[in-house]
Ligand binder design. Structure first.
Ligand SMILES: [Zn+2]
Length: 460
């Protein structure tokens, strides 16, 4: 009978990797990097728990690094098969994977210089060249139509409303003439968002893997525009800068969309905005290109970055110059969890200044800089030094790319019959536990929270 092994995102939010075996073939759904605390990131360095050369195909739900960032390592470990994804996801990976490699090369160099690495000499997990090699194995599949991978596996993707190109998957597994339907939620987005279509709801599954990122809480209600305007005006009055660690994909575009509205409605002054991420700039071009994959209305600007006073910084030199800006400004830079990237330099410069603000606009995984700021850390360790946190830290929950608890339950309410088994994945332990309770109370479905590397027979 078919089998599933949880190679990642079991009991945690990162490292999504699910191995499905049927008819002697192996399909890996998502291939994410572990991020956050060291005990998780060490798993990226350990030998792959399954011989990479024995995996036949990889299938992706969306482009985020915690779902794709292990691909270059999988390929360098011997995986030679096709990586199936839709065109938008493939193009986003074309930006995100080399960037992930670049960050790792930079971190390794920096660690060598400052002598604080646990590897001696410090090494990147993979190089930009290895990321480029992995990209050559990508093959496009339709965004919404059925696609046959092999006699054992066929897939039908549906809109997940999470980021450009994001899908949830209906995977039909055929073995000995028997069919098993597995639904992978991937990451689910929010309803009624300006840029992306609503998540479609599934109606049936034998087995369901459901993400639980916000399984324990809802996003705050209220006007996102008012909340943004308040903090921007407050910081402007103090003469400080506003630093926004933002995921380059989607969050930056949505934030720019709201900032433009606020400027146009004269609710905030037209401050200079620095979009300091070459990746965010490329991704914005993709939103303009892949019109069919989102619901940005034609009467709106085709370019979410089409602002009045926006400085797009591509080079590291331009990025460093932002440090010398002493008048109020808005700096948007990746990574969104302050776990790496250029935003770390901006935080090192602005956190000790009580006039400044830092806006947290997305999910902050445990062990990241963003999570430490969220938990009111007095100091943040950046580049081997303790940086005092004097700036105002503001969480803007409505900007999340993830469905809140009631939105997850709304997505699940489309099922016409209970899945035989629901596996809760992609959540921290408290979120998993709380969401487990919510599903049991509301739907009375059998729910399992799998452990790392746990294997299950899929028996129908
Ligand atoms: Zn995601």
């Amino acid at each position: 009978m078919p089998k599933i092994t949880f190679l990642g995102a079991a009991g945690t939010v990162t490292g999504s990797k699910y191995l499905i075996e049927a008819g002697g073939k192996r399909l890996l759904v998502d291939c994410g990097l572990f991020q956050g605390p060291k005990e998780l990131t060490q798993r990226n360095w350990a030998p792959c728990p399954v011989d990479a050369a024995t995996i036949d195909w990889v299938l992706l739900t969306h482009a985020h690094i915690d779902h794709t960032g292990y691909l270059p390592k999988l390929v360098s470990s011997g995986f030679r098969g096709p990586i199936y994804a839709n065109a938008a996801t493939r193009e986003l990976c074309g930006v995100l994977l080399p960037d992930s490699a670049h960050l790792q090369e930079e971190d390794a160099k920096y660690a060598a210089k400052k002598d604080y690495s646990s590897h001696n000499p410090p090494l990147p997990l993979y190089t930009v060249d290895q990321a480029q090699t992995a990209l050559k194995q990508f093959k496009d599949i339709p965004s919404n139509d059925p696609f046959t991978i092999s006699p054992q596996f066929s897939v039908r993707p549906h809109d997940a409303g999470h980021i450009l190109g994001a899908t949830w998957l209906e995977l039909t597994v055929t073995e000995n003439g028997k069919q098993t339907l597995i639904v992978f939620s991937g990451d689910l987005g929010r309803y009624d968002q300006p840029l992306l279509r609503d998540p479609e709801s599934p109606t049936r599954a034998d087995y369901l893997l459901c993400e639980s990122t916000y399984g324990d809480r809802d996003h705050p209600a209220g006007s996102i525009l008012d909340e943004l305007a308040d903090v921007i005006n407050r910081t402007n009055k103090r003469g400080g800068a506003i630093v926004v660690p933002a995921f380059a994909v989607d969050r930056t575009q949505l934030l720019m969309y709201y900032l433009r509205q606020l400027v146009d409605q004269q609710k905030i002054p037209s401050l200079p905005i620095y979009v300091d991420s070459p990746m965010a700039i490329n991704v914005s071009d993709m939103y303009a290109k892949h019109r069919a994959d989102h619901d940005f209305k034609p009467q709106q600007s085709a370019d979410p970055l089409g602002m009045h006073d926006v400085h797009l910084t591509r080079t590291a030199e331009e990025s460093k110059k932002i440090n010398s800006v002493v008048t109020p400004c808005i700096i948007v830079s990746a990574s969104g969890m302050a776990s790496g990237g250029r935003v770390l330099h901006h935080l090192a410069r602005r956190l000790p200044d009580s006039r400044c603000s830092v806006l947290l606009v997305g999910y902050q995984a445990e062990g990241t800089g963003g999570s430490a700021l969220q938990n009111e850390a007095k100091y943040l360790r950046l580049f081997g030094e303790e940086v005092p946190v004097k700036a105002e830290i503001v969480e803007v929950g409505q900007l999340s790319a993830h469905a809140g608890r009631s939105e997850l339950l709304r997505w699940l309410s489309g099922f016409q019959a209970p899945p035989r088994q629901t596996f809760l994945v992609h959540g921290e332990p408290e979120a998993l536990d709380s969401f487990h309770g919510a599903i049991t109370t509301k739907f009375h479905w059998p729910v399992t929270v799998p452990e790392h590397l746990q294997l299950f027979d899929l028996n129908v």
